[in-house]
Design a protein around this ligand. Structure first.
Ligand SMILES: Cc1cc2nc3c(=O)[nH]c(=O)nc-3n(C[C@H](O)[C@H](O)[C@H](O)COP(=O)(O)OP(=O)(O)OC[C@H]3O[C@@H](n4cnc5c(N)ncnc54)[C@H](O)[C@@H]3O)c2cc1C
Length: 385
């Protein structure tokens, strides 16, 4: 049974699908978002700890996130919702020459891509973050325009705006197939029925490969699980988000920040990574992450943890997303492989996707799409994954 006809159907109402639908509806496209879960942002979006940084090692991600930062930082004055935005900046700290070399080596590219970032020597960094452990500290980068907000609040606020702009959302509606005819997308089939459309956007996150197979394509996305946690609230003492990229035996990095409401939110990248869809919390996460955090900021030792959780990164082979039209199936647009950055990429990327669909690209969009092309060779790894 045909349930409707749309200019675009977005599969997934997560970090990317919600802002994409919002941008497209604002441009006057008729948009339907299909989501198998009960409400917006219930996939990986709600697992994110909420960091939004333009501090990346690829120009495409820097440019997209600069736009996301504009959207998040002006949300309250523009739309009136409190999304718990805080512009504390990000600091990638260096305790070893290797890390200092990597971070300093990226500065020229980051600055040339429009990012406000600089190197702070040891004393300047300690002035900025007095709670940092001084032993062995060499310095670190500081990007004052980066910040954080609540993924649940921003996701919901964008969903409300998308609905107001005319986007339709159907929850508890799992996409089972995509119909194509003569190599062109024609319709999407779900448990509830059939929806006609010439354009499908795959924004299915960690489940993107299932959607790819519906049009006969093999996407190189591998889900892996990451844990996060939150402490009790305390008086403000941490300005920027702190990121430590020193690899240890059990973790590739560690990052944490203090919310406007006082809680410290934290996460790390486990080593080795844990592939798969398992989202049960582990007993190993807290001992591992707390040791690293206390080593970096000793006064965290007395803080009590309230809760931990586990969610999925939709990983790509090189740590950068795959964004663009399929060269094999006309009307099939990929916005997949967001890795650990889907929440921060979402708002800026949504606008790019809208311009892709309306064929209204500017030079910057073309450069972004070139960098994130699904047909690239996937050589190398993003330095700040
Ligand atoms: C512990 C942790 C901390 C993180 N911290 C950050 C952070 O600070 N900043 C940041 O930017 N990112 C962070 N991330 C990463 C971020 O959560 C992801 O990159 C992002 O949510 C992926 O966005 P997405 O839109 O691709 O997927 P999702 O948000 O998961 O959305 C995909 C949606 O598609 C739906 N779907 C899938 N298949 C179908 C189907 N067949 N039919 C209908 N619906 C379907 C899913 O149910 C889901 O809701 C973190 C992740 C974790 C686990």
């Amino acid at each position: 049974m045909v349930k409707g006809s749309y200019d675009v159907i977005v599969i997934g109402s997560g970090s990317v699908g919600i802002p994409a639908a919002w941008a497209m509806a604002r441009s006057g496209l008729s948009v339907l978002v299909l989501e198998r879960l009960a409400s917006p942002g219930q996939g990986s979006n709600k697992a994110a700890i909420g960091g939004i940084r333009a501090t990346h090692s690829e120009p495409a991600k820097i440019r997209i996130c600069l736009r996301s930062l504009e959207i998040a930082s002006t949300w309250h004055e523009t739309y009136g919702d409190d999304i718990e935005w805080r512009m504390g900046g990000y600091s990638f700290v260096a305790y070893g020459k290797r890390e200092a070399g990597i971070l300093r080596g990226l500065l020229a590219l980051q600055q040339a891509s429009g990012l406000n970032i600089d190197w702070k020597g040891r004393s300047a960094l300690l002035e900025l973050i007095p709670a940092l452990n001084r032993d062995g500290l060499l310095g670190g980068t500081f990007s004052p325009g980066d910040g954080l907000c609540s993924p649940l609040l921003l996701g919901h606020a964008m969903y409300v705006q998308a609905c107001r702009a005319g986007a339709e959302f159907r929850f508890h509606d799992t996409v089972r197939g995509i119909e194509a005819e003569d190599g062109r997308v024609r319709a999407v089939v779900t448990d509830a029925g059939r929806y006609e459309t010439p354009v499908v956007v795959n924004a299915a996150g960690a489940w993107a490969n299932d959607v790819g197979r519906m049009v006969g394509l093999d996407h190189p996305i591998t889900p892996d699980s990451h844990e996060g946690g939150v402490t009790e609230p305390v008086a403000p003492f941490l300005g920027p988000m702190i990121v430590d990229i020193r690899p240890s035996k059990t973790a590739a990095n560690c990052y944490f920040f203090q919310l406007a409401t006082g809680q410290v939110l934290f996460s790390l990248t486990p080593k080795p990574i844990v592939p798969g869809f398992d989202c049960r919390e582990t007993s190993g996460f807290l001992p591992t992450v707390s040791k690293r955090m206390v080593a970096l900021v000793p006064r965290l030792a007395n803080l009590r943890v309230r809760r931990t959780w586990r969610g999925l990164y939709p990983m790509s082979p090189d740590g950068a997303p795959l964004v663009g039209w399929s060269s094999e199936v006309e009307g099939y647009l990929m916005a997949i492989g967001m890795c650990g950055h889907g929440f921060m990429l979402g708002p800026g990327l949504g606008e790019v996707l809208d311009r892709v669909i309306r064929d209204d690209l500017c030079d910057e969009d073309r450069a972004i799409l070139d960098g994130l092309s699904p047909d690239r060779s996937f050589e190398g790894q993003a330095a700040l994954k």
